[in-house]
Design a protein around this ligand. Structure first.
Ligand code: FMN
Length: 183
C-alpha cells in the first residue's frame, strides 16, 4: 500500500466550534503533508464501518463535565464491541479542547482505546481556551482555540495556523462548574 492509499480518519465533535477549528487545522496539515488521504467525520455520523475502513485516527473533542463530550462517548458505545480485536495496532492521536482542564477526557478516551489496542503515536494535546464564565463558555470558541495566526505556548500547534488557545500537556487548574450540581 502506498502512503497516499492510507486513510487518516479525523473524528470530531464540537459544540461551540473550538474542537472543530482544531480538527480543521489538523486536517489541513495532514492534507498538506501528502502522506495520506484525510477524511473528517462528525462523531454522530461516524459508524463502526468508517473506523474499520480507516488506517489511523485523530480524535478531536471538548471536555465536558470532566469527561469526553457525550456525542464522542456515544460513538465508542456504538462501535466498541463491533471493532474489538479488529483494529489492533492502528495509530491514533487525540486533541482535547477544554476551558481549563481536559485531563478527564484524555484519560477516558485513552482507557477506551487501550481496549482496542490502538497505538498512541503522539501525546494527547489539550488546548485550553481559558473560558471560565458561563457567558465565555457559551460563546464561539474557534478563535480562542485555533485562530488564523499566533502560536501556542509551547510551540506545538496541532496544525497549520492553530494556536490562540494554550496547548498544554498539563492543565493549569482543575475545572470547577460555575454552579454546583443540584442533588
Ligand atoms: C456543559 C459544559 C461542561 C464543560 N466541562 C468542562 C470540563 O469539565 N473541563 C474543562 O476544561 N472545560 C469544560 N467546559 C468548557 C469546554 O470544554 C470549552 O468551552 C470548549 O471550548 C468546548 O469545545 P467546543 O468549542 O469544541 O465545543 C465545559 C463546557 C460546557 C458547556
Amino acid at each position: 500500500m502506498s502512503a497516499s492509499d492510507r486513510c487518516l480518519l479525523i473524528v470530531w465533535w464540537s459544540v461551540t466550534g473550538g474542537s472543530l477549528a482544531l480538527a480543521e487545522a489538523a486536517c489541513q496539515a495532514a492534507q498538506h503533508s501528502g502522506e495520506c488521504r484525510v477524511r473528517m467525520l462528525a462523531a454522530p455520523r461516524t459508524q463502526s464501518s468508517d473506523l474499520l475502513e480507516a488506517d489511523g485516527y485523530l480524535f478531536v473533542m471538548p471536555e465536558m463535565l470532566g469527561s469526553m463530550a457525550g456525542q464522542m462517548k456515544d460513538l465508542f458505545d456504538r462501535s466498541y464491541y463491533d471493532l474489538l480485536g479488529k483494529i489492533e495496532g492502528r495509530p491514533y492521536a487525540l486533541i482535547v479542547c477544554a476551558g481549563s482542564d481536559g485531563t478527564g477526557a484524555v484519560r477516558q478516551l485513552e482507557r477506551i482505546v487501550t481496549g482496542w489496542r490502538l497505538r498512541r503515536v503522539a501525546d494527547a494535546r489539550i488546548v485550553c481556551t481559558h473560558a471560565q464564565t458561563p457567558e465565555a463558555i457559551a460563546a464561539p470558541q474557534s478563535d480562542r482555540a485555533a485562530g488564523p495566526a499566533g502560536g501556542s505556548r509551547d510551540g506545538q500547534s496541532p496544525g497549520h495556523g492553530a494556536g490562540h488557545g494554550s496547548v498544554v500537556s498539563r492543565p493549569r487548574r482543575r475545572f470547577r462548574p460555575a454552579r454546583p450540581f443540584a442533588e
